[in-house]
Design a protein around this ligand. Structure first.
Ligand code: NAD
Ligand code: GLY
Length: 360
């Protein structure tokens, strides 16, 4: 891993954009936006993130001559909802933000998903950039243009695809992240290895202790690899007609856990971790993988400090929650399973009897 910042690209023709990864890249925000001839910016963030990272961002933007406003939203998954969305839209109208105003999402996946959705619908669409400050947002949610909010009846059920103009991943931001949040981000890193790259999965098994200890070089390698793979998948299937669905490994079960337990009780990454253990177990019982592969997924997630046992929701409740998943087609739940380490597949033909063995 080079110490210098690296730039990857999400290749989407005229909507292509850079992902800049490295220590201190938050200070490049002003130069980046000035080069795009942006004059006005509205930063969306929350008080927790602002306490650590708003001042350097504002300095960078103001130093490049931009007029900058800031809008705070309440912190937490429980606020990733219609009310917060409406509040931000109202604030933009009060500020007389224009279609050319640049939104800047500074925060974790909650800030990024809400800000991105606001950018998708305010005056029928405005530009935005992502400055993700959690590991989860750096390796997953800031890249790929999925935006939206939760509904009491289902996770991420209201949203839009809207790609950012750039993603600035400042690895220094992870220094202030609580360890539980770091672990939650590692869930999405493990996911990438499990579905797409067995060599990376083995690297994670070797370096998981360094990652948990927040070792900068190990984290930078994990972020770069995860972003590279996510960028490839998004470039190939932006609107999730095919392989992008594989990024939802563990999510059908995980979203059910988040919804059942109450948004914010289990962190998204924690729910996905327990969901991946279930998905690997279903894969093994379906004869797709050896039980040894499912064990490796479970053990790695446990070493990352993540839950490996899904809560007992009761079979009927599991099925009713999962029937609301966005991957449901013609009433059939489509599960992302493993055909091998680094090889995921979408399957519809999982018998209820098998699910009953795994879902308590
Ligand atoms: P989050 O946004 O709630 O952030 C976690 C906590 O960390 C919050 O309290 C936040 O204020 C705090 N925080 C953020 N950065 C910090 C920092 N540098 N220092 C100290 N505290 C900091 O949670 P998350 O895990 O980042 O994101 C989860 C959300 O992302 C979920 O809503 C999930 O659905 C969504 N998501 C979206 C996509 C996508 O493709 N759009 C992909 C994966 C997840
Ligand atoms: N997190 C899943 C996706 O971006 O498609």
């Amino acid at each position: 891993m080079d110490a210098d910042p690296q730039t990857l690209e999400v290749a989407l023709a005229e909507r292509s954009y850079p992902i800049r990864i490295g220590s201190g890249v938050i200070h490049e925000a002003g130069t980046l936006l000035a080069a795009q001839r942006v004059r006005d910016a509205v930063v969306i963030t929350n008080a927790t993130v602002a306490a650590h990272w708003l001042a350097p961002l504002q300095r960078s933007l103001a130093g490049a001559g931009l007029r900058v406003e800031t809008t705070m939203i309440p912190d937490g998954e429980a606020h990733k909802n219609w009310d917060t969305l409406y509040m931000v839209l109202t604030r933009l109208l009060e500020l007389r933000a224009e279609r050319s105003t640049m939104l800047v999402a500074l925060g974790g996946g909650v800030v990024g998903d809400i800000a991105g959705f606001v950018a998708a619908i305010y005056q029928r669409g405005m530009p935005f950039i992502q400055i993700p400050t959690t590991l989860l947002a750096q390796v997953d949610s800031s890249v790929g243009g999925k935006t939206g909010v939760n509904h009491p009846l289902g996770k991420n059920m209201i949203g839009a695809f809207h790609q950012p103009r750039a993603v600035l991943i400042d690895t220094d931001c992870l220094r202030t992240l609580p360890s539980r949040e770091l672990a939650a981000g590692l869930a999405e890193v493990v996911k990438v290895g499990a579905i797409r790259d067995a060599v990376f999965f083995a690297w994670l098994e070797k370096h998981v202790d360094a990652l948990v200890a927040c070792d900068p070089a190990a984290l930078a390698h994990a972020i770069q690899t995860s972003c590279r793979i996510k960028a490839e998948i998004v470039a190939a299937d932006e609107r999730e007609h095919g392989e992008r669905a594989l990024l939802n490994f563990g999510h059908t079960f995980g979203h059910a856990i988040e919804n059942a337990m109450g948004y914010g009780q289990w962190l998204h990454g924690e729910a996905v971790a327990a969901g991946m253990v279930v998905a690997a177990e279903v894969s093994a019982r379906s004869g797709r993988i050896d039980s040894g592969v499912a064990d490796r997924v479970r053990v790695l997630l446990g070493r990352a400090g993540l839950p490996t046992q899904a809560p007992a929701l009761g079979f009927e409740r599991w099925m009713s929650l999962m029937a609301r998943d966005k991957k449901v087609q013609a009433g059939a739940i489509r599960f992302v399973l493993l055909d091998g380490l680094g090889q995921a597949v979408v399957a519809t033909e999982v018998p209820d009897s098998l699910l009953r063995e795994v879902l308590r």
